[in-house]
Design a protein around this ligand. Structure first.
Ligand code: CAO
Length: 418
């Protein structure tokens, strides 16, 4: 049986850099697309050089976002470079870009021109803000998007400043949204034969993940309080959603609780959730069976004004248990919980290794490195994560496949077009 991949036969021009665009195209490469990363000769994606840990080797930022791709250097501002890009557009299915606003147009590749070259082409763009937005001219990085999307104002503790998350809500998250848009456009093209422009703005994609906070704003407007927030019932609310610390966002209260070794060990904590339907089991687990039927404790409403006293008691129960021992006990009682894992623990987690979510890749210059594999698993596809390409590693190969002669390719080298 010949093994095929979902995106076999789809050629993608990867005109992306930094994280949002590269995360999108790497995902599509894992699914089988031929992803050709087009980079500026001499320098390439700026992340090849930033925060290098091994002199002379592409930085981990680059290697971890550009696996499974080929690299073609091309100066698309030179006439010969433009000609080659035009030919590549005619031969490809998708072009993904995340340049600053207007850069692609200034290069001469407007959506109208791309459509003339290839009506089947799907042009997929990441920008900081959506078209027509009053900030549409702004260049945007991760934390800018987290602030503009409502995430920062609702993250952190009440007494502290707005806080950004370590999770790439603006970058990789937008890349994943864009990938979904591309797959939908490919599906539609199968029926209509026509491509289209797909856009994902980083602010919009952060807002999409902050849906629950928009819910809270409307609840607050109506009732003046948010009963699952630590400010309730003893603190004060203003007219905007406050920072909720480690509170759970749904109907079941939760918090990060200290275990044996904390706070000296800054990560000796678990996340503990009090689920209404598991209250009796929770009381059994933490050695307070008498709370199960006590009217002062046995409903979520009754517990509201003493939820932090309950968490404080659970911390006394946790004081002689490591975070792993605690979870091993609590899991038997069906309590939603997990240890707070460090990145070192994530990197070495045997289950993450076994599932292919953390993978070791061998790179021809830097040697072995860890990266995050596909979080999406398929029954009929084993995703192989391969090394990122060196700058221009596949230029000659791609140009030969496009029909250019060796003589012309060597002229392009001489003229620094590739
Ligand atoms: N050949 C010739 N020129 C090239 C080229 C190539 N192969 N590739 C890129 N360029 C040129 C572009 O045409 C552009 O030129 P002009 O500005 O003269 O028209 C120039 O390189 C710079 O592009 P840029 O504006 O994208 O780059 P920047 O480093 O100044 O900004 C970033 C980076 C990320 C802030 C900006 O690209 C951006 O806002 N992107 C959209 C939002 C986004 O994706 N941000 C997430 C990044 S991940 O944190």
């Amino acid at each position: 049986m010949i093994m095929t991949k979902p995106l076999d036969g789809i050629r993608i021009i990867d005109f992306t850099h930094v994280q949002a665009g590269p995360a999108c195209t790497q995902l599509l490469a894992w699914f089988g697309a031929d992803v050709i990363k087009v980079e500026r000769p001499g320098s390439g994606d700026v992340t090849r050089n930033q925060l290098r840990d091994i002199p002379g080797a592409d930085a981990l930022y680059f290697t971890m976002l550009n696996g499974n791709k080929r690299s073609l250097t091309l100066d698309t501002k030179k006439p010969q470079g433009k000609d080659i890009l035009e030919k590549l557009i005619k031969m490809s299915d998708v072009m993904v870009e995340n340049f600053g606003p207007g850069a692609l147009d200034r290069m001469g590749f407007t959506w109208e021109h791309i459509q003339e070259l290839n009506p089947r082409m799907i042009l997929a763009s990441v920008k900081g803000f959506s078209d027509g937005h009053h900030y549409e001219d702004l260049k945007v990085y991760e934390n800018v998007a987290q602030c503009a999307g409502g995430a920062a104002s609702t993250t952190g503790f009440e007494e502290g400043p707005p806080l950004v998350s370590a999770a790439a809500l603006g970058d990789s998250n937008t890349g994943m949204h864009l990938a979904i848009g591309i797959l939908a456009a490919l599906h539609q093209r199968n029926k209509t034969g026509k491509g289209q422009k797909v856009s994902a703005a980083m602010q919009d994609c952060v807002v999409n993940l902050c849906r629950v906070k928009l819910r809270d704003q409307q609840r607050l407007d109506r009732t003046g309080v948010l009963e699952e927030y630590p400010q309730y019932p003893h603190g004060k609310f203003s007219d905007v959603v406050p920072r909720g610390g480690n509170a759970g966002g749904g109907g079941q209260p939760g918090w990060v609780l200290k275990c044996k070794g904390a706070p000296a060990d800054q990560n000796a904590y678990i996340y503990f959730t009090i689920q209404e339907q598991a209250w009796e089991a929770t009381c059994q687990a933490i050695g307070k069976p008498e709370w199960a039927k006590d009217p002062a404790y046995c409903t979520a409403k009754a517990r509201q004004d003493k939820i932090f006293d309950i968490f404080a008691y659970i911390e006394t129960w946790l004081a002689d248990k490591s975070k792993f021992e605690a979870v091993d006990i609590l899991r038997k009682f069906n309590i939603p919980c997990a240890p707070v894992l460090t990145m070192k623990e994530v990197a070495n987690d045997p289950s993450l290794r076994a599932s292919g979510t953390i993978v070791e890749v061998d790179h021809k210059v830097r040697g072995k490195y860890l990266t995050v594999g596909s979080p999406i698993k398929f029954s009929d596809l084993k995703i192989e994560v391969t090394e990122s390409p060196l700058l221009g590693e596949h230029s000659d190969q791609v140009l030969t496949e496009m029909g250019y002669s060796d003589h012309y390719i060597s002229e392009l080298h001489t003229n620094h077009v590739i």
